[in-house]
Design a protein around this ligand. Structure first.
Ligand code: ADP
Ligand code: MG
Length: 738
């Protein structure tokens, strides 16, 4: 840091020195002079960087204790650490001869040559922490080494001893006391006094250390308090340590996770830890990360984990994560941050990707486990139902389902402008609704899949289709998808995204269709379910689709009825298979009752259900396994894709379409007055919701999921799905010419 000096000018008016421009004298063209800072100023500035707040002093002191091989570390804090921080340990202590230079800058017992940094395993190495504390606070050290009859106590100021070490009684180890932190940094002290005190942060640090260093006893208390706020006894089990600190309720929802890679080409590392499952709900993420036993932050990894959770378990999107990553010391640069808060890893992106995928897989399985629990409730409901039946009370097995049948045509939109016909009324939330249902078939399926969970996953044709996705993936587009920024919707079909210096238009319908297709194959046999609130008769759905189909205009109703019958028979015949693999459930009476969750938090546009059923009946190849999976996944992909809503877009002139007076609209004459009375407000509101909901979904569900899961096929580079519309370099060239 350099302080600028001004050459004094006899008539210059006094210039305030708080802004960079103010020190430059406008009349004097010569640059300001450079001066050497006094050492005490340099030291204090450097100290302020290393010890940013009381909690950073505590972290340094605890790390010193751990480096000294302590098995007990006790922390006492007064006034959030501003008045007093005291850390006592039972480590190896400090030799009498080293006490004079203990608190000088860059004195350390842990490093001698720069190359040692490559293999360093201790937490400290710079010899800066204690020194820094003496520049911004009063430090007193009491220590005794093995075999000594007494210990020594000595105080330090500005890096040097204030007095000769005094012999004193001492218990094994070292105690460092820091008093009046930042007494000589008025602004820092003020902001810290004003801001919430640092004690919670200190407690948080100790909790994290306690979870990782399970063989060390930690305690942390406020000065004068009888009870410690953290008290962890050494244990041999990580879960016990977490329970000790974070409570049994957290441990209940944790799953163990492990992943490693020893391929030198991408990454050499090992990760193990615990992550929360779908039942863990918290307001914010808890991420405890140790890399080679160092407590560090890694924003990129944290973000990736948050992404996976919000895409896979939106309701449990703020997870608890404890993770310990180990990699060869020479692959970690520990010297990139003044407080060693961050480290840099060789092949960081690759490591993050592997961890992200491992978490995603774990969560998927945990999601399935959740269904199993849900189904366990079903069996109780079923038993209850049976018992009551035995008692002679008539109980509907499908509780919550109205017994009276409503004709589908009254619920499905047959005319886009007719608000009474909509299938949304079928949709009743995701698997939660299952709890209230009892259904023998689903229980049987779950029992079967529980007994044989790998059956579905092992099908070779499904495997081949997944391999095809991988082999057709376009690496350039993959990079665009993974690292793009969503800008906004350009029109009803295209979204604008930015990737490095380029802008692209992306066909939302195409990419969402492909994403859904790929997701169907990934989740194959493992879907959560969307329960229709009322069973929808296939026959009626098919008739509606056929009536809508322009190609069928020439056919008479009787022929349409025949086609509907054939298709509904086909679906009934294959019901067991489509239920097991795709979670599309058709009951024995030919009603559709359940659909799969292809992307969490997303339900398809139910107005397209009739068309989907017709496609399933008509376009799926049933006699060849691989083709069957491909065509069925494509049909589902098409249904779940983010097509523009069937209701016309009401924005701009689209509002004309919502006029009550049909004739006026159909005559095609331009109508200028859009009198409020003439607008069908209910339908308009519905259309507005549909369109804005779609836009929200595209931004918050489709694009985040695409970043995580989509493997764009090569064809998308040329078929107009991704179109590059501008590049910054070219724009510069154009502007240069202007
Ligand atoms: P660093 O940890 O980077 O070496 P510090 O300023 O934190 O630098 O500590 C300087 C030295 O003081 C350490 O290298 C270590 O030898 C000694 N030391 C500090 N704290 C303790 C402790 N609690 N027990 C034993 N030795 C300690
Ligand atoms: Mg240290």
């Amino acid at each position: 840091m350099v302080q600028r000096a001004r050459t004094p000018k006899p008539f210059a008016s006094p210039v305030p020195t708080f802004s960079a421009t103010a020190v430059m004298d406008v009349d004097d063209p010569s640059p300001p002079r450079i001066r050497r800072l006094e050492e005490s100023v340099v030291n204090r500035i450097a100290a302020g960087e290393v010890i940013q707040r009381p909690s950073s002093a505590v972290k340094e002191l605890v790390e010193n204790s751990l480096d000294a091989g302590a098995s007990t570390v006790s922390v006492t804090v007064k006034d959030g650490g501003l008045k007093l921080i005291q850390v006592s340990d039972d480590g190896h202590g400090i030799q009498f001869e080293d006490l004079p230079i203990l608190c000088e800058r860059h004195t350390t017992s842990k490093l001698s040559a720069y190359e040692d940094l490559q293999t360093i395993t201790s937490m400290g190495f710079r010899g800066e922490a204690l020194a820094s504390m003496t520049y911004v606070g009063h430090v007193t050290v009491t220590t005794i080494t093995e075999g000594q009859l007494h210990g020594y106590r000595v105080s330090y100021k500005d890096g040097v001893m204030e007095n000769e070490p005094k012999p004193c009684a001492a218990v094994k180890g070292t105690q460092v006391m820091v008093e009046n932190l930042f007494y000589n940094m008025v602004a820092r002290r003020k902001t810290l006094q004003n801001s919430n005190d640092d004690y919670p942060k200190i407690v948080d640090f100790i909790c994290r250390f306690a979870v990782h260093h399970i063989n060390v006893n930690f305690s942390c208390r406020k000065h004068g308090a009888n009870r410690a706020d953290v008290h962890s006894a050494s244990t041999s089990s990580r879960l016990d340590a977490i329970r000790n600190v974070y409570g049994a309720s957290v441990v209940r929802d944790l799953m163990e996770i492990e992943v490693s890679d020893d391929n030198a080409a991408d990454a050499v590392f090992k990760m193990d830890g615990y992550i929360s499952n779908a039942n863990y709900v918290a307001k914010k993420i808890t991420m405890i990360l140790f890399i080679n036993d160092r407590l560090v932050d890694c924003t990129a990894l944290k973000r990736a984990i948050e992404f996976v959770y919000s895409a896979t378990l939106p309701q449990a999107s703020k997870p608890f994560v404890y993770m310990s990553i180990n990699l060869p010391p020479k692959h970690v640069d520990v010297n990139i941050h003044p407080t060693k808060k961050e480290v840099s890893l060789l092949n960081q992106e690759c490591i993050i990707e592997i961890i992200k995928n491992a978490i995603e897989e774990k969560l998927r399985n945990s999601n399935t486990t959740r269904i199993f629990q849900t189904q366990a409730v079903n069996s109780t409901t079923l038993t209850q139902a049976n018992t009551q039946k035995e008692k002679g009370t008539e109980v509907k097995m499908t509780s919550g389902v109205k017994s009276q049948k409503t004709p589908v045509s009254q619920m499905v939109r047959t005319d886009p402008r007719n608000p009474s016909g909509r299938l949304h009324s079928y949709w009743h939330g995701q698997s939660s609704k299952l709890e209230k249902k009892s259904d023998l078939v689903s229980i049987r399926n779950v029992v079967r899949s529980r007994r044989n969970p790998k059956d579905a996953g092992d099908l070779s044709s499904r495997h081949e289709l997944l391999m095809e996705i991988d082999s057709h993936c376009h690496p350039g587009l993959l990079d665009v998808v993974k690292n793009c920024t969503y800008v906004g919707l350009a029109d009803e079909v295209f979204a604008l995204i930015q990737h490095s210096t380029r802008l692209y238009l992306v066909n939302v319908v195409n990419v969402s269709k492909e994403l859904m297709y790929q997701q169907v194959l990934c989740r194959f046999g493992n879907f959560n379910a969307i329960q229709l609130s009322e069973p929808a008769p296939l026959q009626e759905l098919l008739m509606m689709a056929l009536k809508d189909d322009e190609l069928m205009d020439d056919e008479n109703d009787e022929e349409k009825l025949e086609i509907a019958e054939v298709n509904s028979e086909i679906l009934k015949e294959n019901a067991e298979m489509i239920n097991e693999y795709f979670s599309i459930h058709v009951d024995k009476d030919g009603n559709l009752t359940r659909l799969p969750v292809v992307l969490d938090q997303y339900t398809p546009d139910m107005d397209r259900l009739p068309e989907f059923v017709l496609t399933m009946g008509n376009d799926v190849t049933w006699d060849d396994e691989k083709e069957c999976f491909r065509t069925a996944a494509a049909a589902i992909g098409n249904f779940y894709a983010l097509h523009p809503p069937i209701l016309p877009n009401p924005s701009g002139s689209g509002i004309q379409l919502y006029k009550k007076n049909k004739d006026c609209m159909e005559s095609g004459e331009p109508v200028d007055n859009t009198d409020e009375d003439e607008i069908d407000q209910e339908l308009l509101a519905e259309a507005e919701t549909a369109w804005s909901q779609r836009e929200w979904t595209i931004q918050h569900i489709l694009f985040p999921s695409m970043r995580l899961f989509l493997k764009p096929p090569t064809s998308m580079a040329t078929d107009g799905t991704f179109v590059q519309v501008a590049s910054l370099e070219k724009l510069y060239k154009i502007f240069e010419r202007c």
